[in-house]
Design a protein around this ligand. Structure first.
Ligand code: KG4
Ligand code: ZN
Length: 336
């Protein structure tokens, strides 16, 4: 049996979790409100907030888990990709904490962690309901958009990915254009529930294979609104819900069309989603609908595992722990 302390600090959430094998004992997340007024993450403010949060968050995770720190067998941490200053805080803390305990450290890739969150059990009584290999995972976050084919825990082939903006970034920018606030994803999701998704049509680019492009959708959304605002300055205010529903549909349908195509091509019957955008209601319900249609199995993460959290770092760390894959204390973070 292993007890792993995991630390995530790659962007604007400071998080720590404790896992006993694949079972989550605690998962504490301190989100940073400071960025809201700037409409995006300010790196310098993020690292400063991580510095303030890291000790209480780790302390809270250990206490909530009901363990003593001497019970920790290894410390896992997100090494990258992410913001350098933010990563530095978590990486340095993980190293010194592990060194003080005389325990090994485990480096985790943030993207692999998002995908592997499907293997984390929320409590010991929970049935084991993880995807089986091979399966396809759509990884959609604020920084990444990839269709992955998983053959084992760490064998992830990238079948396709965005050539410009990430899906989350596109949604956040659409929200920013409408002056809805930051981060825009959850706001658009909420407003879209009141709107008609077929009210407006936005074209999606023809792009080969399983790759995506989102910058054109964002631009056409911007030009569309600029034209309408010339005729009616209150256009956004009047049609907010319909606009949210329509742009959300455009992005989600584009994402899933390629996922469906990939699953058919690779003859895979299990499809998962992961990353912050996997919290999106339409993405979740449409994935379920497509999987039902083909009699595939859909794997939709619980909300707390969608956006950045340390539980996913812990489960990725656990699989490396089993393989004895420990990291050297001199290891630097990486941004991409
Ligand atoms: O994975 P994540 O927490 O951070 C990164 O690694 O980037 O993803 C953050 C992204 C943001 O773009 C945010 O707007 C989006 O996830 N997001 C959503 C929803 N909740 C978060 N997008 C659409 N619908 C949501 N409900
Ligand atoms: Zn993330």
């Amino acid at each position: 049996m292993s007890t792993i302390l995991a630390i995530e600090s790659s962007c604007d959430d400071t998080s720590a979790a404790v896992l006993r094998d694949d079972v989550l004992l605690s998962n504490v997340i301190a989100s940073q409100k400071v960025h809201e007024q700037y409409g995006g993450v300010v790196p310098e403010l993020a690292s400063r907030a991580h510095e303030q949060n890291i000790i209480p968050v780790v302390d809270g995770a250990i206490r909530e888990a009901g363990i003593g720190k001497e019970e920790i067998d290894a410390v896992a941490f997100t090494r990258g990709p992410g913001l350098m200053g933010s990563l530095m805080v978590g990486v340095s803390f993980a190293k010194s904490f592990a060194q003080a305990l005389g325990k090994p450290i485990i480096e985790v890739n943030h993207l692999q962690a998002h995908v592997l969150s499907h293997f984390c059990r929320q409590d010991a009584g929970a049935p084991w309901n993880a995807p089986q290999f091979p399966f396809i995972c759509l990884l959609v976050s604020g920084g990444h958009t990839q269709i992955l084919l998983l053959r084992s825990h760490f064998d992830m082939e990238i079948l396709g990915q965005t050539i410009d903006d990430a899906a989350g970034e596109a949604i956040d920018k659409a929200a920013k254009i409408m002056d809805l606030g930051y981060p825009g994803g959850p706001i658009i999701d909420r407003l879209a529930k009141e709107g008609n998704a077929d009210a407006f049509h936005f074209a999606t680019p023809q792009i080969a294979g399983y790759d995506y492009s989102f910058s054109g959708i964002k631009t056409s959304f911007l030009y569309f609104l600029r034209d309408r605002l010339k005729e009616d300055p209150d256009f956004i205010e009047k049609h907010k819900a319909d606009l949210c529903a329509s742009i959300q549909k455009t992005i989600v349908d584009f994402l899933l069309k390629k996922v469906e195509k990939a699953a058919l091509k690779y003859n895979v019957r299990q499809v998962a989603i992961a990353g912050g955008v996997s919290a999106n209601s339409r993405l979740r319900s449409e994935l379920q609908r497509i999987c039902d249609k083909h009699r595939w199995q859909a794997f939709i993460p619980p909300f707390k595992f969608c956006t950045d959290n340390a539980a996913m770092v812990g489960i990725a760390g656990y699989f490396k722990y089993l393989k004895g894959e420990f990291a050297d204390i001199s290891l630097p973070p990486y941004t991409r």
